[in-house]
Design a protein around this ligand. Structure first.
Ligand code: NAD
Length: 487
């Protein structure tokens, strides 16, 4: 559907295949500026034929890319990292405009994207991760080797909350491994990925190795169903991840699933309370709480509960919620009107079931019809309350008290999810116990949510299958192969 507005606004291609920008007569989706609600671009949707063409293009380019020297792939990835830095301003701008991220968060995202490409470039240039290894056998008449080969054509499907970051975590290792790719960004935040995609060509990526298809759930589903796709790497909701897992079973497609979370932050009695408050604010309200890793279940020891709550309240009330264009803004809007409605409905549902708001912040400056929501802190919700159990994906945090470490661990681990956790303590032994016993793919001790490309990301249980980043992030795009031959 096209409107007169679309005449003035940029119209993004439905697909980019073999280096060509394609259009489609199918529906167009509006791209909003989260801080104002204004339509700032229109996104064309890929047709079923274009989705097939994109996969066919990836398939055709696979042999040359897979068999190219690893160092060549490394040089291209390094060139992409350099182009990202060179085009930082425009990439930051898209994050601020579409997602409404404050400048500091948008800058951090772009740094993470560049660091990810640089890391996988380094692995390729260093070559060790690709070495063919001899395997010792108890029979001298034969010898064996172990090697890793690219999985093949990879479909990369990503959400809107960290658009280019979730893409980079898939794209850089997939290309390093020698896979060719079809990327499907979120229909809510595609301009950033479009800009990133254009950098790949500028960096010299051969046409056809990376292809782009745009649109929503139907486009993602068609990609998943395509018989020429060997691997699906998906980041998004647990519900969609489960659907993809069922669908992928037919073709035995390889899967990486980065899904939801309901993570805990634990404040022991010996914690540095100022640090705990700082980590709680960032863990619950960075990116307006729209983080799979949001530590939205905060557990505080009885002895320091009152002091923590008092300092947390001061910090939350001082949080400047406003448009990204204002330098003072520390928290931006949610991504869309639908997301705002969803978060508010969950909050109402939790409050109707007996949860109580302890305190809330406020929106400092509202721009027009932006999708802003003030941060909310709920105290002592029961274990079966929806706000304690379900991923809200917005600025709502719950706090509960605990009496001892056993109770803190039991509460923290009582969730189907297991993505991340944070523990704040000055006691090294206790820190070790929590690091070992918390059911999470990544535990931070006394640090903010630091992310390094060397450290893997991924969760247990309902938080997903597999790992991204680090060496395992590369392995996720490789198949292991052994050869045994008579001497
Ligand atoms: P979503 O599951 O609705 O959509 C994610 C992507 O999948 C989008 O591109 C969407 O168009 C596509 N999609 C939707 N239905 C599909 C289908 N049936 N088949 C194939 N593709 C389909 O999630 P969202 O609302 O975009 O993102 C929020 C979710 O992402 C949250 O649950 C969050 O926890 C999760 N997330 C997880 C991580 C992680 O690393 N674990 C990181 C970021 C976000």
């Amino acid at each position: 559907m096209s409107t007169p507005e679309s005449v003035q606004k940029p119209v993004l291609p439905s697909a980019c295949i073999e280096g060509q920008r394609l259009n489609s007569t199918a529906i167009r989706l509006p791209i909003h500026a989260a801080a104002s609600g204004e339509v700032i671009a229109w996104q064309q949707v890929a047709s079923p034929d274009q989705i097939d063409q994109a996969v066919a293009s990836a398939r055709a380019s696979l042999p040359a890319w897979r068999d190219a020297p690893v160092a060549y792939r490394g040089q291209l990835l390094a060139a992409v990292a350099e182009r990202i830095e060179a085009r930082r301003r425009v990439l930051v701008q898209w994050q601020m405009q579409v997602n409404g991220k404050p400048r500091a968060e948008a800058e951090q995202d772009v740094s993470d994207v560049a660091a990810c490409f640089a890391y996988y470039a380094g692995l390729c240039l260093q070559c060790d991760a690709f070495a063919v290894e001899p395997v010792e056998l108890p029979d001298s008449s034969v010898s064996a080797r172990r090697e890793r080969v690219a999985v093949g054509v990879a479909a990369l499907i990503v959400p809107w909350n960290f658009p280019m970051v979730t893409t980079a975590w898939k794209l850089a290792p997939a290309l390093a491994a020698g896979c060719s790719v079809v990327l499907k960004p979120s229909e809510l935040s595609s301009p950033a990925e479009q800009a990133l995609f254009e950098l790949l060509a500028e960096a010299g990526m051969p046409p056809g190795v990376v292809n782009l298809v745009n649109g929503g759930a139907e486009v993602g589903a068609a990609l998943v169903a395509n018989g020429q796709v060997d691997k699906i790497s998906f980041t998004g909701s647990t519900a969609v991840g489960q659907r993809i897992m069922r669908e992928a079973a037919g073709g035995m497609k390889r899967l990486t699933l980065e899904l939801g979370g309901k993570s805990a932050l634990i404040v022991r009695a010996d914690a540095d309370i100022a640090l705990a408050v700082q980590l709680a604010v960032a863990g619950a309200f960075a990116n307006a709480g729209q983080m799979c890793s949001a530590t939205s279940r905060i557990l505080v020891h009885d002895e320091v509960y009152r002091r923590f709550m008092s300092e947390f309240e001061t910090a939350v009330r001082a949080l400047v919620v406003g448009p990204p264009g204002h330098e003072a803004s520390q928290m931006g809007p949610l991504i869309s009107a639908a997301q705002l409605a969803r978060v508010r409905a969950l909050l109402d549902q939790g409050l109707d079931a007996g949860a109580q708001i302890a305190f809330a912040g406020r929106v400092a400056e509202r721009a027009d019809d932006g999708f802003f929501m003030a941060p909310v802190v709920v105290a002592e919700p029961p274990s079966d309350n929806v706000l304690w159990r379900e991923e809200v994906f917005g600025p709502v945090a719950c706090v509960r008290s605990f009496r001892d470490d056993d109770e803190a661990l039991a509460l923290a681990n009582d969730s189907p999810y297991g993505l991340v956790a944070t523990v704040v303590t000055e006691d090294a032994e206790a820190a070790e116990r929590f690091s070992t016993e918390l059911r999470a793919g990544l535990v931070w001790v006394n640090t903010p949510q630091l992310i390094f490309p060397q450290v893997c990301w991924g969760g247990l249980g309902a938080s997903g299958v597999g790992r991204e980043l680090g060496l395992e992030g590369l392995r996720a795009f490789q198949e292991l192969r052994h050869v045994v031959r008579r001497n």
